[in-house]
Design a protein around this ligand. Structure first.
Ligand SMILES: Cc1cc2nc3c(=O)[nH]c(=O)nc-3n(C[C@H](O)[C@H](O)[C@H](O)COP(=O)(O)OP(=O)(O)OC[C@H]3O[C@@H](n4cnc5c(N)ncnc54)[C@H](O)[C@@H]3O)c2cc1C
Length: 285
C-alpha cells in the first residue's frame, strides 16, 4: 500500500502531525508504539501544557489516545530500521522485515541519549546490523554477537541460534537470562567494534570476542542510521523553520530536532511538519 505520508514516532510530535494530516484528508501511516511514548506516560505531573493544567503523564496519554481514536487514526506497531529516499518515494523498512512506501516522511522519533559504539557506524552493513530478523541469513554457520537492550530481544537471539554456528548474547539489562538453545550469555559491557573490511571483533574492557557479525538491538535507531544521507548536527536532525530536512519530502519534528525538550514544542513542530508535508504533496501532484 502506498501512503501520502508516513509518520514515524508516537510521541506528542508524531501524534500532532498525524492529527493535522488526517484533518487535511491525507492517507497516513503512523508507525511506532501502541503505548504511545514512555516520555509521556512516565511524567508524574505536567504543568506547562496549555489547556490541561496539572495533568499527569498517564492522563495526557489517555487524552492523546482518545483524540487519535476519535479521528480513526491507527498505530502500526513497528520499529522502523531504515528509510530510503528513492526519488519520488520513500521506502520504509521495519525491524520485523516489512516494507512500506510513502511519498513523504515525517520523523518524530524523539531523542536517545545513548551514543553509538566506536566502530558501529563505520561497520554498519559490513557486519553491524540492527535487525536479526532481516539479516540473520547472512550469518549461516558464522559466529555472531547480539547486544540486547531489553528482554524482548532474547527471541531474536533464539532465532539467530537456529541459523548461526555460534551465538553470544550480551544483555545490557539486569534481568536474568536463560535460553533453551545453545547461546553463550556474556554479562559484560562492550566498548567497541573492530575489523578491517568487515567486522571481526567485539571488544570488552578486559576481553574480546572473534565474531563475523554484531547485532545491536535497541528500541531506537540513530537518525543518521535511520535515514542514509540525512544531515544531522550531533544527535539532532537539522531542519529549517518549516521542519524540512535536507532530503526533499522528508520532515522532522519534536525532540529529534533539538532542544528545548518539551511537549508543546514537539506538538507544535508536529503541526508545522504536517502542513509542510501537505504543501509538498500539493506541489508534487
Ligand atoms: C519523566 C519526564 C517528564 C517530563 N516532563 C515534562 C513536562 O512536564 N513538560 C514538558 O514540556 N516536557 C516534559 N518532558 C519532555 C517530553 O517528554 C518530551 O519533550 C516529549 O515527549 C518529546 O516528544 P517527541 O514526540 O518529540 O518524542 P517522544 O515522546 O520521545 O516520542 C518518540 C516516539 O518515537 C518512537 N520511536 C523512536 N524511534 C522509532 C523508530 N525507529 N520506529 C518507530 N518508532 C520510533 C518512540 O517509541 C516514541 O513513541 C518530560 C520527559 C520525561 C522523560
Amino acid at each position: 500500500m502506498h501512503y501520502n505520508v508516513a509518520v514515524i514516532g508516537t510521541g506528542p510530535a508524531g501524534l500532532s502531525a498525524a492529527i493535522t494530516l488526517k484533518i487535511r484528508n491525507k492517507e497516513i501511516l503512523l508507525l511506532g508504539n501502541a503505548g504511545l511514548s514512555d516520555k509521556i506516560s512516565k511524567a508524574h505531573l505536567i504543568r506547562n501544557y496549555p489547556g490541561l493544567p496539572d495533568v499527569s503523564g498517564e492522563e495526557l496519554a489517555k487524552n492523546l489516545k482518545n483524540h487519535i481514536d476519535s479521528l480513526g487514526i491507527q498505530i502500526t506497531e513497528e520499529l522502523v530500521s531504515t528509510v530510503y529516499a528513492m526519488g519520488e518515494m520513500f521506502s520504509i523498512q521495519t525491524k520485523s522485515n516489512h516494507i512500506y512506501e510513502a511519498k513523504s516522511v515525517i520523523l518524530a522519533t524523539g531523542i536517545s541519549f545513548e551514543k553509538p559504539y566506536p566502530g558501529e557506524e563505520e561497520f554498519l552493513g559490513r557486519g553491524v546490523s540492527y535487525c536479526a530478523t532481516c539479516d540473520a541469513l547472512l550469518y549461516r554457520d558464522k559466529t555472531v554477537a547480539i547486544i540486547g537492550t531489553s528482554p524482548k530481544e532474547e527471541a531474536e537471539a533464539e532465532f539467530m541460534a537456529e541459523i548461526a554456528k555460534k551465538v553470544y548474547y550480551i544483555p545490557l539489562y539486569p534481568e536474568e537470562v536463560s535460553f533453551d538453545k545453545d547461546i553463550v550469555v556474556r554479562k559484560e559491557k562492550p566498548v567497541s567494534i573492530s575489523g578491517s573490511i568487515k567486522v571481526d571483533k567485539l571488544i570488552f574492557e578486559n576481553d574480546e570476542l572473534s565474531v563475523d557479525g554484531v547485532f545491536i538491538l535497541r528500541d531506537s535507531v540513530f537518525p543518521q542510521s535511520l535515514v542514509p544521507g540525512l544531515t544531522v548536527d550531533g544527535n539532532h536532525i537539522s531542519v529549517n523553520r518549516n521542519m524540512e530536512t535536507n532530503l526533499k519530502g522528508c520532515f522532522a519534528c519534536g525532540d529529534c530536532t533539538g532542544t528545548p525538550y518539551q511537549y508543546i514544542k514537539a506538538a507544535g513542530e508536529g503541526n508545522v511538519a504536517a502542513l509542510s508535508a501537505v504543501s509538498y504533496l500539493n506541489a508534487t501532484k
